[in-house]
Write a protein that binds this ligand. Structure first.
Ligand code: AMP
Length: 332
């Protein structure tokens, strides 16, 4: 997609925002720093830019570890949808939205940075090279600076998402533009020490869980690290599902392990096992897509239902990494 086309889509989105008196902002379930930051950041930008409009978040799933970002709007009455503009942020496919009411809106917009396997919305602005959806919202603000306003609060939300989705500006999709746009946010006077303390300090009991993961994780022949976190382990360490899922990040710095996987038993009646997949150098999104998932090239998610599927997913990833190592140089 050319830059000109993307600019035209952004202009169209701004025009639609100006047309509507009520704008409802949606996001995906199991919210992370990026989708909470992007939705709250966009809401704040639109609220201060258009005080006469009603700008609401339609969020039916919350993340405890992001409570420091402040309260949200709660349930939105059904009658508010029919004449509203719906904007879904950071959500690759309709079925991943936390609210199923998105199609009730009069017109809909998708703003996202995931690979666009399942397009939706009357207007769609997708840039999968962006390190976060927050980066896109800042880009949107920066493009229409004459029209839109920003403040410290909006900047704090958006910086949270930029930091978390880029692995603190470490991942390969971080570009010069990422840092230039982050700079716009820092200029608003963000308290980064407080932000980083909220995001990255561990409880003592959480460190104990970390050491347990290091003890139990395994590595395949060609360098895929993995851990299966069953309900028993979650109960032993008094972990929420959300916290148990953070185990994925403990395995990200092992030399020669180009991919790492966490399988988390959810306890759902249908036997759902959440899979979190990560890699460096080698893209692994094809594996996620094979197992009912998707996401980004190097960070994606999937769903499996039993040990056979877990073993098959591990074997597929191992084969992909073997092939990558045999055909590429410079990895470590
Ligand atoms: P997670 O491991 O849940 O942080 O997911 C990593 C990335 O992949 C995020 O951007 C998610 O939105 C996306 N993702 C996770 N699970 C799925 C799925 N089942 N289908 C599509 N995208 C997913």
């Amino acid at each position: 997609m050319s830059t000109t086309t993307n600019l035209e889509i952004m202009e169209k989105i701004l025009q639609k925002i100006k047309e509507y008196n009520r704008i409802l902002i949606f996001r995906h379930f199991r919210p992370d720093g990026d989708c909470v930051g992007a939705t709250k950041g966009l809401q704040e930008i639109l609220r201060i830019s258009y005080p006469e409009k009603e700008i609401l978040l339609v969020n039916e799933d919350y993340a405890k570890y992001l409570e420091f970002l402040g309260p949200e709007d709660g349930e939105i009455p059904e009658e508010k949808f029919a004449d509203a503009l719906g904007i879904a942020v950071d959500t690759g496919s309709l079925d991943r939205l936390s609210s199923k009411k998105f199609p009730l809106c009069k017109e809909t917009i998708k703003i996202d940075h995931h690979i666009d396997n399942t397009p939706y919305g009357d207007y769609s602005w997708v840039e999968d090279f962006r390190s976060s959806a927050c980066e896109m919202i800042v880009k949107f603000y920066d493009t229409f600076r004459d029209e839109l306003k920003i403040n410290e609060k909006a900047a704090f939300y958006l910086y949270t998402g930029m930091v978390t989705d880029s692995g603190r500006f470490k991942y390969e999709d971080v570009s010069g533009d990422t840092l230039r746009l982050a700079g716009i946010l820092l200029d608003q006077g963000i308290n980064t020490e407080w932000l980083f303390a909220n995001l990255y300090l561990d409880e003592f009991s959480q460190l104990k869980f970390k050491s347990h993961v290091y003890d139990k994780m395994q590595i395949t022949e060609h360098g895929v690290a993995y851990i299966y976190i069953d309900k028993a382990m979650q109960e032993e360490f008094h972990l929420s599902l959300e916290y148990a899922s953070t185990a994925i990040s403990y395995m990200d710095s092992i030399k020669g392990c180009l991919s790492w996987l966490a399988f988390i038993e959810t306890g759902d009646e249908d036997g759902t096992i959440r899979v979190r997949l990560r890699s460096r150098f080698a893209a692994i999104n094809t594996i996620a897509e094979k197992y009912r998932g998707g996401g980004h090239a190097f960070a994606c998610g999937a769903t499996v239902y039993n040990m056979d599927e877990i073993n098959a997913l591990i074997a597929d990833t191992d084969a992909l990494i073997k092939d990558y190592k045999e055909t590429h140089e410079g990895w470590l």
